[in-house]
Design a protein around this ligand. Structure first.
Ligand code: ZN
Length: 64
């Protein structure tokens, strides 16, 4: 479980904005980047290379 104190100091490595815990407490979400950082063994993996794009929320204003 990620503590509130830890969550408060975590930031997205890409945009430096605060992240939030996702609904399943299984990842940390940056709403600005639409990325989800995994949590492994209760340790947040704040690496852009490890982040997954959020599903179903891609911008549609400039679609192919
Ligand atoms: Zn970000």
């Amino acid at each position: 479980m990620i503590s509130k104190e830890l969550l408060d100091i975590l930031a997205c490595p890409k945009c430096k904005e605060p992240v939030r815990l996702d609904e399943e407490n299984a990842g940390l979400v940056c709403d600005a980047c639409r990325l989800r950082y995994p949590i492994r063994d209760d340790i947040p993996v704040m690496l852009i290379d490890e982040a997954e794009p959020l599903a179903g929320t891609e911008p549609t204003d400039n679609g192919a």
